[in-house]
Design a protein around this ligand. Structure first.
Ligand code: TYM
Length: 355
């Protein structure tokens, strides 16, 4: 049992269009969690510099992700919405974590390997250290829960590794200052400053795949726009993309087991389930035995029904720069106060002279 105050944190990068994977795998969960927890949602603009250093439109992308949060129903008054670069303590804690984490841990990250490609020596140091900044995002608020899609699982395991190593390396100092909290790590109870944050991954939409290839995840960087549904797509585009989505010739099965070995069918059923807030079993209960010629139009109607109002609201909010910037400023101030409280203690633990 953790004695940390329950707190949800998650982040989205302002790179490229938000797609259905981001929406179902992450943002919809952010919205639901507001009912039960205190939440901090961050547009991680510093992270996006690892993908592309020179961005002509980084500010607009940051506003657009913020607008997506708000249009989806995140309440910036009850919770905190801000962009990462406003709170400099993220970069400060990331530096300390760079000194805690090991290069070998970073080299093992599959996202680093994918993004760096063959020429790893030439990848930026920022790309290698990306997970350290992500751990800092989460642990700066000592967040206990992080809703994300399946692709972030390894980064969250690393966040726990960093928290655990920090707690161990500084255990004497944490005890001396009396700033520890009892936490359970496996069988052991230890006195740590950072929690063992739990990932919240799951449900039918934790890993939405490309509409063109059921073995690849839906992604902002796929060169084919037909591979993804963007939150900004209009109704015709959504219908066309679903109509063109790759499938197999068989009818849908009546049981979830029947989706094994049929990645495209499984993906479309997962998307329907995610949009309708039901399980895959319920989708197959309704459409089992039907051909894709019946299922695809029903899925297109559902997608348009659920996404069009979000897209319209997103367009409206994005255009109001003064409002969006005000939300981020206010959120940044509140996040900054929490962050500084943590950092004061972290600086003491590490032995940095302040005051
Ligand atoms: P990012 O910006 O790539 O994606 C944002 C969220 O969308 C989820 N996601 C998906 N879920 C299901 N199916 C998909 N095809 C799909 N594609 C993306 C991601 O899992 C993510 O939850 N490293 C993070 C950003 C980050 C962060 C953090 C997240 C930085 N600091 C701290 C949580 C906590 C990223 O690049 O997400």
């Amino acid at each position: 049992m953790s004695a940390f105050k329950p707190l949800v944190f998650s982040g989205v990068q302002p790179t490229g269009n938000l797609h259905l994977g981001n929406y179902l795998g992450a943002i919809k969960k952010f919205v639901a969690l507001q009912e039960t927890s205190d939440c901090i949602y961050c547009v991680v603009d510093l992270h996006s510099l690892t993908a592309q250093l020179v961005h002509a439109d980084l500010q607009d992308q940051t506003r657009s992700i913020t607008a997506a949060f708000l249009a989806s129903g995140i309440d910036p008054k009850k919770h905190i919405v801000f962009n990462q670069s406003r709170v400099m303590q993220h970069a400060e804690l990331a530096w300390i974590f760079n000194c805690v984490a090991r290069i070998g841990w970073m080299n093992r990250m599959t996202q680093f390997k994918d993004k760096a490609g063959k020429d790893r020596e030439n990848a930026s140091l920022g790309l290698l250290a990306y997970p350290s900044l992500m751990a800092a995002d989460i642990l700066l608020y000592r967040a206990t829960h992080v809703p994300v899609g399946e692709d972030q699982k390894q980064h969250l395991e690393l966040t726990r590794d960093i928290a655990q190593k920090f707690n161990n390396d500084f255990s004497a100092r944490i005890a001396e200052l009396g700033v520890g909290v009892e936490i359970q790590v496996g069988e052991e109870t230890v006195n740590g400053f950072f929690p063992m944050t739990e990932p919240l991954i799951g449900g039918p939409a934790a890993r939405i795949m490309s509409l063109r290839d059921g073995s690849k995840k839906m992604s902002k960087s796929d060169p084919s726009d037909l591979s993804r549904i963007n939150l900004t797509d209009d109704a015709d585009t959504i219908s066309k993309k679903i109509k063109k989505a790759k499938t197999d010739p068989d009818a849908l099965p009546s049981e979830v087991d029947g989706l094994a070995g049929r990645p495209e069918a499984e993906n479309l059923v997962g998307i329907y389930a995610g949009l309708a807030d039901i399980g895959k079993e319920a989708v197959l209960g309704q459409f089992g035995g039907q051909q894709f010629s019946v299922f695809k139009p029903a899925l297109a109607d559902l997608a348009v029904d659920k996404l069009a109002p979000v897209a319209a609201e997103m367009r409206r909010i994005s255009a109001d720069h003064a409002y969006v910037d005000g939300v981020l400023r206010d959120g940044g101030e509140r996040a900054g106060n929490l962050a500084e409280t943590t950092m004061k203690t972290v600086r003491d633990i590490v032995g940095l002279l302040q005051g």
